[in-house]
Write a protein that binds this ligand. Structure first.
Ligand SMILES: [Zn+2]
Length: 427
């Protein structure tokens, strides 16, 4: 078989296209260049794209400037297709248009097969790394990813979205926020936008309308207790029951314990200071996750007399409520008792436990939304998992911190959108 024919087969070209030259160049870089041309068989197969015409006598109008598409490597060498794209003309209505070439992808520079391969790499590693392996500028790869994400996202159908989860994602060490909306049943990210104020909900409500969904169709929304989110949900998702999910309630309590510990470690009496030296993880971890050493250290501490110890026990008690209470009425009773119990402790320990009494106030104030966790039948597991999704996205987009990159990567990684897959000679 002559090489040109072999390359035709490898490229999966049909009779409408032929490889007329296969060169191996060494300057300016090593590469195969495959020159591709249309054949006479192409024209009879074309139909005029003008809806009112649809005529079948199409002729070649002209060829435009030759272009290069990077294809999958051959023998480990960069391989490119060189072709002068052509324009057809309808003999009936004289309409002129560019004939698409069968190998073109979504981006300008790559073939479809190359794009599918690049996307596969991007799933597995940071963009910088994928760029190194492919020997491609990452700006070109990003542009290609944007195109694919845009296209796939436009096709997203949200007509069945009823259980929503909302969370904030920080980038650049807390200077930049995205608000991320997820479908808790389909377990995927459906929208992300800059900021963490109530207007993020308005943008979400507008977006969902573009995807066959409706903000009023949302039955439940799980989120943290921020005032902005509550306002957003109230204003934009009129029919949604607000659920403050366990993950965010725990986070709030853990932060308060941390606050108590930091203050006591810094300004407590000598004994307390000594006891709390390097103790961050003792109190942040759950007991079953402590190492043996940490466990014995914790046992040695006189928790009852440390404000931090009290705060820690408050946290564990709340955790026990979540772990062991099944019925909503029982949950209400236990949570209300917990609030009173915390207040009693706070009275005895005064200023030291101030962050804990604040948390008790917050929980009391949001009691109905917190209890909705028990009655709503809403699974918030995906919401909890989002934090690791956020880290993965940041890792993949490392070095590109603008929201545009983050959002595209978020949809790519966690949107469950449809992207081309690598398979040999798919058409
Ligand atoms: Zn026509």
């Amino acid at each position: 078989m002559i090489p040109e024919k072999a390359f035709e087969r490898l490229l999966g070209l049909d009779e409408c296209w032929e490889v007329t030259g296969a060169e191996y160049e060494t300057e300016p870089q090593e590469r195969f260049v495959l020159v591709v041309h249309e054949t006479d068989k192409l024209w009879p197969k074309l139909i005029c794209p003008v809806a009112t015409c649809r005529h079948t006598s199409i002729v070649c109008h002209d060829h435009t400037e030759p272009r290069v598409w990077r294809h999958l490597d051959a023998f480990g060498k960069r391989t490119e297709i060189l072709c002068a794209p052509l324009r057809g003309r309808c003999k009936s209505c004289q309409h002129v248009w560019r004939i698409p070439v069968p190998w073109e992808g979504e981006g300008k520079h790559f073939t479809r097969d190359f794009e599918a391969f690049a996307l596969t790499l991007m799933r597995e590693m940071p963009m910088k790394k994928a760029g190194e392996i492919l020997g491609e500028e990452d700006t070109r790869l990003w542009r290609m990813l944007f195109k694919h994400v845009d296209k796939a996202y436009r096709a997203l159908d949200l007509s069945e979205l009823v259980h929503l989860g909302v969370d904030e994602m920080s980038s650049r060490k807390g200077h930049h926020y995205l608000t991320v909306f997820a479908d808790l049943m389909q377990r995927r990210v459906v929208y992300a936008t800059e900021g963490k104020d109530h207007t993020t909900f308005r943008r979400f409500a507008e977006e969902i309308l573009r995807h066959n969904g409706h903000p009023k169709a949302i039955k439940a929304v799980a989120m943290d207790m921020s005032k902005a989110y509550q306002k957003g949900a109230r204003e934009e998702l009129g029919n949604a029951e607000v659920v403050f999910d366990p993950f965010h309630v725990h986070a709030l309590v853990s932060q308060a314990v941390d606050e108590v510990r930091r203050k006591e470690a810094k300004t407590g009496d000598t004994e307390a200071k000594a006891a709390l030296k390097q103790s961050v993880y003792l109190f942040r971890k759950n007991p079953e996750n402590l190492s043996e050493e940490e466990q014995s250290r914790l046992e040695e501490l006189d928790l009852k007399h440390l404000a931090t110890g009290q705060a820690y026990m408050i946290r564990l008690e709340l955790r026990d409520i979540y772990q062991r209470t099944i019925k909503p009425e029982r949950a209400r009773y236990r949570l209300e008792s917990w609030v009173n119990w915390v207040r009693g402790k706070c009275e005895r320990f005064g200023e030291w436990l101030k962050p804990m009494s604040k948390v008790a106030d917050t929980i009391e104030k949001h009691m109905e939304g917190i209890l909705a966790h028990w009655s709503g039948g809403l699974s918030t597991a995906f919401l909890e998992g989002l934090n690791s999704v956020f880290s993965a996205v940041k890792r993949k987009a490392r070095g590109y911190r603008s929201s545009e990159y983050m959002i595209a990567m978020l949809y790519f990684v966690a949107g469950k959108l449809t992207f081309p897959r690598l398979c040999s000679h798919s058409k």
